[in-house]
Design a protein around this ligand. Structure first.
Ligand code: SF4
Ligand code: SF4
Length: 284
């Protein structure tokens, strides 16, 4: 089973919920895999505090032109939709940061002047903390290609056991890549007009992907009731409410998880897992 924790915008408490769910799940399951797919700014490791046990470099394929074979026909640059290979005075020039590794330019190159080479985009770090395996994608600075790295992180999902995905914020391609195979999505938001606006977008994405989802509201009491009203109107379950509690904010700023420090919240997180488990079981 895979649960993705997503949010229409950053800073809503997505990682707080993903890491605490991993901790509570580790009390119930033999093994839990937490996949940090927020590859531009992964920070689950701060809260999980595991031991790094391995790392894996992630490369994508990009074209390289053999000038001795190139006839300067321009077919490659005409083909590339991303302007990642362009003809400058007839000579093809590759802009590797813009390449989406589709392989098309090498296919259209009749003289076979293009071959593919590895281009590093990031690294996957593997941590172990008790029963939790934390698998973290970390995008190289300046690399715009987060979906292939997210895809590489997700290859380490263990479908036989419980996986929790900490998805990137927003509603664009990296989010889709992170959540598209999940069995259930928790959309984290805050009770504010901005929170509601981004939640509506995240709900649209989840519905388009035909996913089961629920909402988790963080910092309840700090804003208004628009998110609650919206969920009621749209018939969206609210699976978790975390109050605007100064103690939680202090724990977060010190890189500590809620569970283990504030036992009064344990039951709420246990119930999240139980409710999701029941929904998935009932639909099988
Ligand atoms: S398609 Fe091949 S031969 Fe034509 S310009 Fe590109 S690299 Fe050169
Ligand atoms: S591999 Fe695809 S995206 Fe990259 S340069 Fe070639 S055609 Fe463009």
């Amino acid at each position: 089973m895979t649960i993705a924790v997503a949010s229409g915008k950053g800073g809503t408490g997505k990682t707080t919920i993903a890491t605490n769910l991993a901790v509570i799940a580790s009390e119930k399951y033999d093994r839990v895999t937490l996949l940090d797919c927020d590859v531009e700014e992964p920070n689950s490791h701060i809260f999980i505090n595991g031991e790094k046990v391995n790392e894996e470099i992630v490369n994508v394929k990009i074209p390289e032109v053999d000038e001795s074979l190139c006839t300067e026909c321009g077919a490659c640059s005409d083909f590339c939709q991303y302007n990642a290979i362009v003809s400058l005075k007839g000579k093809p020039v590759v802009f590797k940061e813009m390449c989406h590794s589709c392989g098309g330019c090498s296919l259209v190159c009749q003289p076979k002047a293009i071959h593919e080479v590895d281009h590093r985009i990031g690294v996957i770090n593997f941590y172990k903390s008790g029963k939790i395996s934390l698998i973290e994608g970390l995008l190289d600075v300046g690399s715009p290609l987060s979906p292939p790295l997210i895809g590489a992180v997700k290859k380490h999902e263990n479908k036989e056991e419980l996986n929790i995905i900490d998805a990137p914020p927003g509603t664009s391609c990296p989010v889709i890549e992170a959540i598209r195979d999940a069995d259930y999505i928790i959309l984290v938001t805050e009770p504010t007009p901005f929170g509601l606006n981004d939640l509506i977008l995240a709900v649209e994405v989840s519905r388009k992907l035909n996913k089961r989802f629920a909402v988790a509201i963080n910092r309840v009491g700090s804003g208004d009731d628009r998110v609650h009203k919206y969920c009621k109107k749209e018939n969206i379950p609210i699976i978790l409410e975390i109050p605007d509690d100064r103690k939680i904010a202090e724990l977060y700023s010190n890189g500590k998880i809620i569970l283990g420090n504030l036992p009064e919240y344990k039951k709420s997180f246990e119930e999240v897992l139980e409710k999701i488990g029941m929904v998935i079981q009932n639909e099988q």
